[in-house]
Design a protein around this ligand. Structure first.
Ligand SMILES: Cc1cc2nc3c(=O)[nH]c(=O)nc-3n(C[C@H](O)[C@H](O)[C@H](O)COP(=O)(O)OP(=O)(O)OC[C@H]3O[C@@H](n4cnc5c(N)ncnc54)[C@H](O)[C@@H]3O)c2cc1C
Length: 500
């Protein structure tokens, strides 16, 4: 049994590492327990085949879908969590995302705090993760108290020309907000192995490089890798966490601390709470509301690849443009979502979906295509949920909500892309395994009967337990989630009892 630490953080992804960073600045003694290990710098970091075909850095775990069919989830159990492979697109949510919004298929609920409450921490998170952007180039963006800490990343000629064509077709291309160490003094060499890859140069801002390593440097934070937390055990009165049970390299051991933060990612945090049930907490930990695991969301996302044989695309770093013209109103009074360029797809990467197509054909297509992520809001539903079976295995049950919104956004996007000259459109809808944007399983709210945590991610039921990851989102918005998780982590450290 160890009890030297003031705060124990479980998980070193966006939520866990940013929380550890904030606590370290306040002089708190923190232990970070991470089930994975550090990814070594190796040639495979930049190999499309190793990453997209062999799935080298993915967990080998199998989860169950709603029909109890096994699938490989898109999760990465490594130091830095999913941010090691993410796309570093780090936009803020818009002001409307924090308010109750009427969608075609129902209501997107309000958050227990406002955009104004989190705005200062968005800026701090943008500084920490070196976010490049431009308020002039995003006229529909949320208001800001300070300009972006870094200027927007310049478009390459193909994207510049695409921006002109999109403008003429009637939408407003804007600069993507990107967390990259680019610029005269930056480490970025502007390569084509960024989105979905591991950065060998530490130039893509991620939770390990930008938050955890600086936190460890203060001397206040210890990281313990290969440390899988398997159970949360409460004190006999059930009011606080007594210790965590950890499965480490040399067996099982207990860790005690004053306060505990679970940041295992929305799905794993819910699973850990549910797997920790005991005689005094038969529904699992912090679950008097029966909301743990419910309202599982992951956005309604599709990838679009558009092709024009007359136009070669020799772009290297493609992910610099997006458009959000229909974000809060697609023309019929309902929100639709956002459209963003993604990292340039290479022929070999398409093999994971087009297995039978010969590589030379895929290379020909990739040399003349451009790729987008079309993202719309996934509405919360209590029936869409994370559960665990009698062996502790994770099951994610989801019947997508907001499908008509996504269909409308896809139709409008296709129309624009055909209008600007593309000849063929290929679509890949994200299935249950593509859960990169997982959120909403331990929702924040004011009422302990309908939510799991309060506005500062503290559980309503357990005094010294906080849940800081994508799980707290009461609604998913239609923006990439990581910056909002980081900003909330900094807000919790600054304003709540966690650091007192
Ligand atoms: C390919 C890909 C691309 C993406 N692109 C973007 C993007 O461009 N922009 C964006 O905003 N978001 C993006 N995302 C999503 C983003 O990475 C997540 O929103 C973010 O990482 C979530 O942070 P988190 O703290 O909730 O969880 P994670 O970052 O996943 O961290 C959870 C951590 O907890 C650890 N863990 C889990 N269970 C346990 C346990 N029981 N004991 C100990 N440790 C445990 C895990 O190993 C992991 O390190 C992308 C994700 C993927 C996979």
């Amino acid at each position: 049994m160890e009890n030297d630490f003031e705060v124990i953080v479980v998980g070193s992804g966006m939520g866990g590492s940013t929380t550890a960073f904030g606590l370290a600045q306040k002089g708190k003694k923190v232990l970070v327990l991470e089930r994975g290990s550090r990814i070594p710098k190796e040639s495979q970091n930049w190999s499309p085949e190793d990453i997209f075909i062999k799935k080298r850095y993915r967990s080998s775990e199998l989860w169950l879908d709603k029909d109890d069919k096994e699938f490989e989830p898109g999760v990465h159990y490594v130091v830095g969590g999913n941010t090691k492979l993410y796309g570093a697109s780090l936009p803020r949510f818009k002001e409307c995302d924090f308010l109750e919004l009427k969608h075609r298929e129902g209501i997107s609920p309000s958050w227990p705090f406002s955009y104004a409450d989190i705005e200062p921490y968005y800026y701090q998170a943008e500084e920490l993760y070196k976010v490049h952007g431009s308020e002039e180039q995003d006229p529909g963006g949320p208001w800001r108290s300070k300009p972006f800490p870094y200027p927007s990343i310049e478009h390459e000629p193909y994207v510049k020309e695409l921006a002109d064509r999109l403008s003429k077709a009637g939408v407003t291309p804007i600069a993507n907000s990107m967390g990259i160490d680019i610029g005269p003094k930056g480490n970025c060499i502007r390569c084509n192995t960024c989105d979905g890859f591991i950065c060998k140069l530490d130039a893509k801002s991620d939770a390990e490089i930008n938050a955890l390593n600086p936190a460890i440097k203060t001397g206040n934070v210890e990281l313990r890798t290969d440390s899988h937390v398997t159970k949360i055990v409460l004190t006999s009165d059930g009011k606080s966490v007594d210790y965590l049970l950890v499965s480490g390299v040399s067996g099982e051991y207990k860790v005690r601390g004053k306060k505990f933060v679970i940041s295992a990612g929305a799905v794993n945090t819910a699973a850990l709470l549910l797997n920790s049930k005991s005689d005094s907490s038969p529904n699992g930990i912090a679950n008097s509301s029966d909301q743990v695991g419910r309202n599982f969301m992951k956005h309604n996302n599709s990838h679009i690849l558009v092709f024009d044989w007359r136009r070669r695309n020799n772009v290297i770093f493609q992910k610099t443009l997006s458009f959000s013209d229909w974000y809060s109103d697609g023309g019929e009074g309902y929100p639709l979502g956002t459209v963003q360029l993604i990292g340039k797809v290479q022929g070999i990467m398409m093999k994971s979906v087009a297995k039978m197509v010969p590589l030379p054909i895929l290379n020909y297509i990739a040399g003349r295509s451009v790729e987008f992520l079309v993202m719309s809001e996934d509405l919360p539903s209590p029936e869409n949920r994370v559960t665990v079976d009698s062996n502790g295995r994770i099951k994610t049950t989801r019947n997508p909500r907001g499908v008509s919104t996504h269909t409308a956004l896809m139709q409008k996007t296709r129309k624009i892309l055909l209008k600007i000259g593309y000849k063929a459109i290929f679509i890949q809808e994200h299935d249950i395994s593509m859960n990169a944007h997982q959120c909403g399983t331990t929702v924040a709210g004011k009422d302990p009967k309908t939510s799991v945590v309060d506005q500062y991610c503290k559980t309503h039921d357990v005094d010294n337990l906080y849940l800081i990851d994508g799980g707290f989102f009461p609604s998913s918005g239609a923006m990439n989630p990581a910056l909002t998780i980081a900003a909330q982590a900094l807000r919790v450290v600054a304003e709540s009892d966690l650091a007192r």
